[in-house]
Design a protein around this ligand. Sequence first.
Ligand code: AMP
Ligand code: GLY
Length: 421
Amino acid sequence: MNILILGSGGREFSIGRALRKESEVEKLYFAPGNGATSQLGENLSIKAYDDLADFALNNDIDLTIVGPEAPLVDGVVDIFKAKGLTIFGPSREAAQLEGSKVYMKNFLAKYNIPTARYIETDHIETAFKFIETLPLPVVVKADGLCAGKGVIIAMSHDEAKKSVSEMLSGKAFGDAGKKVIVEEFLDGYELSMFAICDGEDYILLPAAQDHKRLLDGDEGPNTGGMGAYAPTPLVDDVIYQKVKDRVIRPTLDGMKAEGAPFEGVLFIGLMIVNGEPITLEFNVRFGDPECEILMPLMKSPASELFYKAATKQLDSLQVEFSDQHAVGVVMASRDYPYKSSEPAEIVVDEIVHEALAENSHISYAGVIEEDGVLYASGGRVLVCVGLGDSIREARDRAYMLCGQVHFAGKKLRTDIAYQAL
Ligand code: AMP
Ligand code: GLY
């Protein structure tokens, strides 16, 4: 099988790393990839979706896997399918579950999927009135994609109103803020669940927990995610069953009824409040860094999972997961998440400890390569992944690996997986 992966992050690296090990996989391409994906396959500099589809046609690509949300929301899947290609990801219409928070919230409400009480509006007075009725804090969200910055947890009613004004005037997020969601704050613990969907059937992956804040103890600004682990002991069979019955099944049935069957990764952001899973949001792709810890937990071939999902054959597929736990610790550059940093050479010490060498690895993200040397190029640079028979063992290995990786300005949280330990 020849496979093309769209994207350039640690998520795409980790998918490529899993596929590279499979005997079924022959050629592997990344567009655009990063400085380390070229060790797994070939990086392509083709940008236009039409040209990428032509590349896939002319190079016998059997499957294309889309990593990030932007190409999905742009409709890359529709472009590939129109040319008869097999591609794993949601259509442009189905990608609205992530592309528009208004679409997502109205969908949840229409199909009775539990979510925070909310209104959607483009009218400032309506928003202000609803804000007054809510206890503090109040959550304000811009409708469109804002690179993870469109959610404000306001600690006063005035702050909530100010956020709404800035969004609706276009000052804060341009067109993405022309409509807003105002919703109640949910107090509980957050989880991520990932269902690989083929429009009708799905395979649920082990539940993961991300760490969105920059600093230890969940302090500091929100980031794309500073570390993750799975499976989390915060989920028991009862919660899995509730998520299946109350979220995933009605979502797949609902999207079909809407004429936009959901194919691809349904990423369910959940808040567990008093044992009840409440849907905070959907994304339509893998989480990053969640993907980096879920890929190594798959025992069955990932190529088969993604191919069968893209060709509506999940009903006949059994997927096996490893009994191990995985912990991923993100190493970011000095000025993340505020601005990019100067390139810095990455040095990885030789790992002599056998159990560590066998049960840990690096997924590379923000890196460039020059003359065989990798440089941190800003943002989230890499993820150190540790595997083990317990979360503690996996966590210890991830941090041991972190100690072997060096670059100027490296920054990491020291408490990943604390809620499970
Ligand atoms: P979202 O982009 O919707 O996932 O929001 C980003 C983050 O804001 C989430 O991961 C939560 O930590 C937080 N958040 C969003 N909505 C709520 C809510 N209704 N109550 C509490 N926290 C929220
Ligand atoms: N780690 C969260 C996300 O990818 O959105």
